[in-house]
Design a protein around this ligand. Structure first.
Ligand code: UDP
Ligand code: MG
Length: 320
């Protein structure tokens, strides 16, 4: 049986959006590395609704590279969604996610695989030793981003870990059970709590083409990250509503008292009372609504509240 018909041990998931410029370079560099691994593999190329020649190049490469699988999304759905699609379809016992632009050196995959097997960890994070190839703006915003996530979401993602990582089948199965939308995997994975290790690497410059992450998509990712792991912004709005409501009640009270002490112009009291009362009711109601919206949001994410690592009762049947 040819190697590609045996179930792959390793899946290499690569999201790509309009990567025609870099794709030939990627294949040229990745293929000998993958072929040189001591394990059967598949490459799951997730074409995230590209409008350039990405699909054509992939089809062409597949003719001579049977381990290349193409998963094409109907529309451009974004980096994280593309990775999620690849994870849902990957068949390997281990799954690596890798950017298409060769910023994540594929040479590191062998080291990740070795670490996972020898140390028995479920996740190996690729950690950038040196981000000097990224712009100062990108590095600055990234630092702020990870710091915010630690404070707000209590999520301890390894610093400078992006989406270059290896995960075990168990980890990916756990990710695949999460029904939430817009999940940001680099924070979801550490939150699952599987045993992990890190491997350092030099972040290279994009080998060809231009970034597919304009500022708007970066902001989107940040908003998804914060709202995905924290109700803090909503809570803040709730408190603002409650405080505003109380302040409006105070103004109302003051207007009434001023009226009886004779300090008020004719007509002033009724105007202020109406405005303050309406404001108070609206803001207080908004605060209460915020609490319920928060609860609905948590329920809707339906994130399991825990994942079992081990149960001695069933260990005979489920031990890997
Ligand atoms: N990507 C994608 N869909 C998108 C945007 C990006 O699949 O909507 C892929 C892109 O092709 C690349 C990876 O996500 O493989 C990271 O994107 P990029 O290298 O442009 O981001 P940067 O390194 O500039 O942050
Ligand atoms: Mg890149």
């Amino acid at each position: 049986m040819p190697a590609h018909h045996t179930a792959p041990t390793l899946s290499i998931v690569i999201p790509m959006f309009n990567e025609e410029a870099v794709l030939p370079l990627l294949v040229e560099r990745l293929r000998p590395i993958a072929d040189g691994l001591d394990t059967a593999y598949e490459v799951v190329a997730v074409d995230d609704g590209s409008s350039d020649a990405t699909a054509v190049i992939l089809e062409r490469e597949r003719r001579t590279w049977p381990q290349l699988r193409i998963v094409r999304l109907r529309a451009n759905s974004g980096h994280q969604a593309a990775i999620s699609a690849g994870l849902a379809r990957a068949r390997g016992d281990y799954i690596v996610t890798l950017d298409a632009d060769l910023q994540d050196p594929p040479e590191v995959i062998a080291e990740m695989l070795r670490l996972a097997r020898e140390d028995g960890v479920d996740v190996v994070y690729g950690v950038r030793n040196d981000r000097s190839t990224d712009t100062a703006f990108k590095r600055g915003t990234a630092r702020l981003f990870y710091k915010t996530m630690r404070r707000l979401g209590n999520i301890h993602a390894p610093e400078d870990a992006g989406d270059f990582r290896l995960m075990s089948r168990a980890t990916v199965d756990a990710i695949n059970t999460l029904p939430e939308h817009n999940r940001v995997l680099r924070f979801v994975v550490p939150a699952l709590g599987f045993p992990s290790a890190t491997v350092g690497y030099m972040r290279e410059v994009r080998a060809a083409g231009t970034t597919k992450y304009p500022l708007a998509k970066m902001i989107r990712l940040s908003v998804d990250s914060v709202t995905g792991f924290s109700l803090a912004p909503l809570r803040f709005a709730t408190w603002l509503g409650l405080l505003g409501g109380l302040a409006a009640l105070g103004v109302l009270l003051y207007a009434v008292i001023a009226r009886f002490l004779g300090h008020a112009l004719p007509g002033w009291t009724s105007t202020v009372v109406i405005v303050a009362a309406v404001g108070a009711v609206q803001l207080l109601a908004l605060g209460i609504l915020g609490e319920y919206v928060g609860r609905m949001y948590s329920a809707m994410q339906s994130r399991p509240t825990y994942f079992i690592a081990h149960d001695s009762l069933s260990s005979e049947e489920t031990a890997p």
